[in-house]
Design a protein around this ligand. Sequence first.
Ligand code: ZN
Length: 623
Amino acid sequence: MKKLIVSLCIISCGISAATAQTIHPLKQWNTTQILGGDWKQLEQRDMQFVRSLDADRLLYFFRERVGTPQPNGCKPYGGWESTDLKGHTLGHYLTTLSLYYLQSGDQEAKTRIDHVVNTLRETQTKSGSGYISAFSEELLNRVEKDGSGWAPYYTLHKILQGLVDAYRYAGNKTALTAASEMGNYIYGRTTKLTDKDLWVRNLDIQEVGGIAEALLNLYQITGREEHLKAGQFFQQMDKLLPSAEGQDILDDNRTSNFYHANTTIPQFIAAEREYELTGDRTMLQSAVNFWKNVTQHRAYCNGSTGYHEHWNLRPDLLGQELDGQAGETCCTNNLIKLSNDLFRFFRQPQYAEYVERATLNHIMGSMNPENANFMYFHTQLPGSFKTYGRNTDVFWCCTGTGMENHVRYGQSVFFSDADTLYVCQFFPARLNWTDKNMTMEQTTGFPSEESAQIRITKGGSRAVLKIRISSWCEGFEVTSTNKGIRCEQKDGFCVLSGRWKQGDVINISLPMRLRLEPLADQPHTVALCYGPFVLAADLGTEGVTDDRVNVTDNYFNGVPQYMHPDTPVPTLTGSMDDLHWMHKTEGKLEFTTTATHDGRLLRFIPLYQAIGIRFADYLTFKK
Ligand SMILES: [Zn+2]
């Protein structure tokens, strides 16, 4: 109780020296296995795609750079893998396989990890400097000189993080050696950058993204001062310090990239990590304030953020940005990471609730289940449709993070300290709580059922379970077959304390209701939500063809005309106070209504399932 009061104070009052010392991070259970439902299907479809990739093709330019012969007939991939950004996919590939191996023990994944790590290590040894990359060091020289060039440090972040993950998730020691030498190499470069003013200016221009995070993650393992210093060198203090002081700097247009969303979010993940490793409370406060400014004032109903990859406007003006180039998927991936990190410290349901919103409404719809193509922008243009890149033609940033997204579901479900397990998400999942010698399984019929169950399948121990009470839930109820243990609601959790034994079942009732979420700047334009699910109005398939859904350019240069609907998007005529005009279909998550300006029957389905159809997740009421 004391800790939680402290945490609440941190959010609203700033962090004092005395309180910050009491914050200990929760353990995040990366080993959690997803058991069923759409989550499992998406994970398996994703892994099918990952297995279809030829690691040697992804390694092509790494070998070429150091003059190593290619395997017979090997050719590089195209798309962004044949541009200055070449190599970024390999980092995501390593991270995805490593996390999947940790969860599943899949030996084929391990074989692929070992092959990639060994090859990268060979190229590193051959180059002799510690540098591992698919592109030449000339790109780094250019960026460091005047900020020109396309984001080489972004790509190095992915490679370094992939190696760190191959060590920490898959136990590959060669990966740690390679990562450590790469960290030394980057540190060496930073010591030569003595013109600090130039560097600060270049940081504003470059998309350095999360290189600081990867270096700090490396430092967490190696404890080498060089890796810490290198990570800190990439921290963009002209964002972090104002944020720590409570300033909202997200619409600051001082340079073309200063307000770039997918550059900025990882910088605050790194800030949180820096606090974790050094105790620098300013860094934690900057991340807390940033999270609030993004998720509560610049996030769409599905948790996504950014418009044309940037934050362009003052807060709470999303009504001006309902267009086809909204919420980049990489940004949601990173916001989920940041939210889970902040939950580990503050144990506040708001962070887990953001993860739920973003996962159920953006991430789960960000892969086309027919072909495992991944989404770049999540459209917010009413009447348009979702588009996905033909993966091996594009190899976007969002192709890389897209691969990771669907093996990450398990990471958000369970967190623990010595005696307490936090159940944050109601995804079907299995946890081996090794600290307590206890295995448990959570099942749920989401989205068609409004309940979840947790069963102790093996072992038993005295422990506290804290189950998140969702703000969207009215009538939340938990019962246990263990008669000695009852639910006590406290601080946003149902607290169940006692001695658990094999066979105990916890039944969680999660009644959902329909509600409106109006835009702050356009109160008559709303998202319709049912429980944690955003609903999408099904607007038919006119002009929605396979080649328009599965694209190769994702309209970076403007939203094509065919994205716009031929007929106007219906206006709602029902009451905003009483939603009785929405009729639920028995037995599934679907609603219908004829309360539209032209009497047209509208069908609503979960937004994440709105694939291959025109839809609107924001609709306007007739005034
Ligand atoms: Zn992206």
